[in-house]
Design a protein around this ligand. Structure first.
Ligand code: ZN
Length: 244
């Protein structure tokens, strides 16, 4: 069933792991001038992404742009496939993330150890994506405090630490915070970024402070999903604890 415009829809894709499916959550923004996908899923999930969109009556040609919260492969995994499938697709990202997204610098966490964890078919797709990166044109570079013309005004919050150009987005009309990987939901509780996947943890913890003081009813974490139990209070608590 079609959703109204403007509207925000949280998508769910599943990454199979030895301990079961691990859900991740790209977001679809519907606006007058076209749809925006925030993050693209893991490498190898293009078919699942496409069928998830189809269930929402969204075809690939409806998608005008992709906003990349950061460079990790579970977020940019289908960027190359989307660029191949959608002529003129725009890509928006933070300035500090651009050298990685365009292949000028190697992806920070796509190390030999990480590569070794992937199956051969996924690895082949990963290498294909890496080869495509230099062709990526960033249509709009995002900076902290920018207000994007999406959903009646979307605030860009630069939250470095998990990666240098990691972004969160605040939708004030919906009191909705898209936290990407700066926050997670683990066992029903909102927690900070995952230490093993966060190369600059002190910086990531400082970034938590930038998420305080927002009027937030709902937080979406890429890993863990939605959190609605007084999120503003919990975020303030996490930011305060991070100073200890
Ligand atoms: Zn992630």
């Amino acid at each position: 069933m079609s959703q109204p415009i403007p509207s925000i829809t949280v998508l769910t894709l599943n990454i199979p792991t030895p301990s079961g499916n691990s859900p991740i959550h790209p977001v679809l923004l519907r606006d007058e001038d076209g749809h925006t996908l925030v993050d693209t899923g893991m490498i190898g999930q293009f078919d699942e992404l496409q069928s998830t969109l189809e269930e929402l009556d969204v075809s690939l040609s409806d998608i005008k742009r992709v906003i990349v919260t950061h460079q990790d492969i579970d977020h940019i995994g289908n960027l190359g496939a989307l660029l191949d499938a959608i002529p003129g697709l725009e890509v928006w990202a933070h300035t500090d993330e651009i050298p990685y997204l365009t292949g000028a610098k190697p992806l920070i966490k796509f190390t030999p150890e990480r590569r070794a964890m992937l199956t051969a078919p996924v690895l082949a797709l990963a290498d294909q994506l890496l080869m495509q990166l230099p062709e990526i044109n960033i249509s709009r570079t995002l900076a902290d405090g920018d207000i994007l013309p999406l959903q009646g005004g979307t605030q860009v919050i630069h939250t470095p630490g998990h990666t240098p150009g990691h972004l969160c987005f605040y939708f004030s009309e919906q009191q909705f915070l898209l936290a990407a990987d700066e926050l997670r939901v683990v066992e029903d509780e909102l927690v900070g970024p995952a230490p093993p996947a966060t190369p600059d943890m002190p910086e990531a913890l400082r970034s938590l402070k930038k998420l305080t003081g927002l009027n937030v009813d709902k937080v979406l974490c890429y890993h863990g999903g939605e959190y609605t139990k007084e999120p503003a209070k919990r975020i303030a608590q996490l930011a305060e604890n991070s100073e200890a």
